[in-house]
Write a protein that binds this ligand. Structure first.
Ligand SMILES: CC(C)(COP(=O)(O)OP(=O)(O)OC[C@H]1O[C@@H](n2cnc3c(N)ncnc32)[C@H](O)[C@@H]1OP(=O)(O)O)[C@@H](O)C(=O)NCCC(=O)NCCS
Length: 148
């Protein structure tokens, strides 16, 4: 799969592509921890932005969620890249596009709770540690932040 053929999309809440993103998030982020999404986890997501990269066959390869905190601050959550596509610059491409998307909406700061195993990924994307470590979903995390 070629990086250049990926297209960036905003997914409408509860659209078929949104449910594809739930499957990817479940497989990449939840199942390895012995967890799975419940309907009540998802009802809150109606006011979030759901962003994704699709391949040339419109298959969803990577996704993330942006949750507004207030007018200027937004939280990036649930960053997931299809396992077979990891380590090829796709996560970086999605985060860069999401930052630009957020900037255009008027947000000035992006934060996230990064799993400590992927701390180097966010450090390379110029996020700074602002808090932590702390435990969330049973694993160590750091709060990180970046001015947009
Ligand atoms: C973490 C994740 C989103 C990164 O996406 P990716 O497409 O694999 O990463 P990229 O190829 O874009 O990597 C960008 C840079 O970060 C580095 N990087 C990415 N993941 C890394 C990791 N786990 N450990 C160390 N460095 C990492 C890459 O080496 C690359 O560095 P470079 O620019 O010097 O070459 C993806 O691997 C993933 O979905 N992992 C499983 C789910 C997860 O942990 N999500 C994050 C929850 S906080």
């Amino acid at each position: 799969m070629s990086r250049s053929k990926l297209s960036f999309r905003e997914l409408a809440f509860e659209s078929p592509a949104y449910f594809e993103s739930i499957k990817l998030r479940d497989r990449i982020l939840r199942k390895p921890l012995g967890l799975q999404f419940k309907p009540e986890d998802l009802v809150r997501e109606g006011s979030d932005y759901h962003l994704a990269l699709m391949d040339e066959n419109a298959k969803l390869i990577a996704c993330l969620v942006l949750t507004p905190i207030d007018k200027e601050r937004v939280r990036m959550r649930q960053v997931a890249v299809e396992e077979s596509a990891q380590g090829r610059g796709i996560g970086r491409q999605l985060v860069v596009k999401a930052e630009s998307f957020a900037r255009k909406k008027g947000y000035r700061e992006m934060s996230c709770h990064a799993r400590s195993v992927v701390l180097p990924f966010y450090l390379k994307m110029n996020y700074k540690i602002v808090e932590g470590p702390f435990t969330e979903v049973g694993i160590e995390h750091y709060k990180m932040s970046k001015k947009l």
